[in-house]
Design a protein around this ligand. Structure first.
Ligand code: GAR
Length: 223
């Protein structure tokens, strides 16, 4: 008899903090709207709430402390050796707040993605909501991109847009963006699990063709 688990799409999640994006994936898998399996959750912070969310539903969760390693290269080698052990099809950085060594990323080209709280290429790095306010942006949002050695600079796969309202502060804007991050991540992973998205030599391909970033529509699917 075929083992149903052997066919399911295997996702490893890296997270440093509260893990609301991880929770959105767990919820979508539980309600049957995301045909995939989270095979491991990994963190650089032993106290990350994300680890507990995974353990609560019986998913292996592991933290490695950067302080225990002589260098970033050594830390990333150990972390990704642990990730490789769970044999993921895709590695999802969901609120993972550390730079990843370029060689580690290159060795997994097309298999590591990140969710970033801005409409890339605008506002890379930290404090993206404040960056958007300081730039008087009228539109803001979140992007999912392939991770490359170029920080927040890898090919963009998909985006969700929100308006910036007069009087917004960084917290108000962050909350509006986060609400769209969750369906954006779930929908993107549905397309990955269906084999529709891949990284080609010339950038992101969707359904076998070069693609501009997919846009999350009001119905929470790609337009
Ligand atoms: C999310 O807003 C995510 O886009 C951001 O961290 C938050 C994590 O929230 N990621 C980055 O800033 C990556 N540079 P979560 O832990 O509740 O999913």
């Amino acid at each position: 008899m075929p083992n149903p688990e052997s066919r399911s799409y295997r996702i490893a999640v890296l997270a440093s903090g509260r893990g609301s994006n991880l929770q959105a994936l767990l919820d979508a898998i539980a309600d049957g709207s995301l045909p995939a399996r989270i095979v491991g959750v990994f963190s650089d912070k032993p106290a990350a709430v994300a680890l507990q969310r995974a353990r609560d539903v019986g998913i292996p969760a592991r933290a490695l402390s950067p302080k225990a390693f002589a260098s970033r290269v050594d830390f990333d080698a150990a972390l990704f050796a642990a990730v490789d052990e769970v044999r993921p099809d895709l590695i999802v950085c969901a609120g993972y707040m550390r730079l990843i060594d370029g060689a580690v990323v290159d060795a997994r080209r097309g298999r590591v993605i990140n969710i970033h709280p801005s409409l890339l290429p605008a506002f890379k790095g930290l404090h993206t909501h404040q960056q958007a306010l300081d730039a008087a942006a009228t539109e803001h949002g979140a992007s999912i991109h392939f991770v490359t050695p170029d920080l927040d600079g890898g090919p963009v796969i998909a985006q969700a847009r929100v308006p910036v309202h007069p009087g917004d502060d960084a917290d108000a804007l962050a909350a509006r963006v986060l609400e769209r991050e969750h369906p954006l991540l779930v929908e993107t992973l549905r397309w990955f699990a269906a084999g529709r998205i891949r990284l080609a030599e010339d950038g992101v391909h969707v359904d076998g063709r070069a693609s501009v970033p997919l846009q999350l529509a009001a119905n929470l699917r790609f337009a």
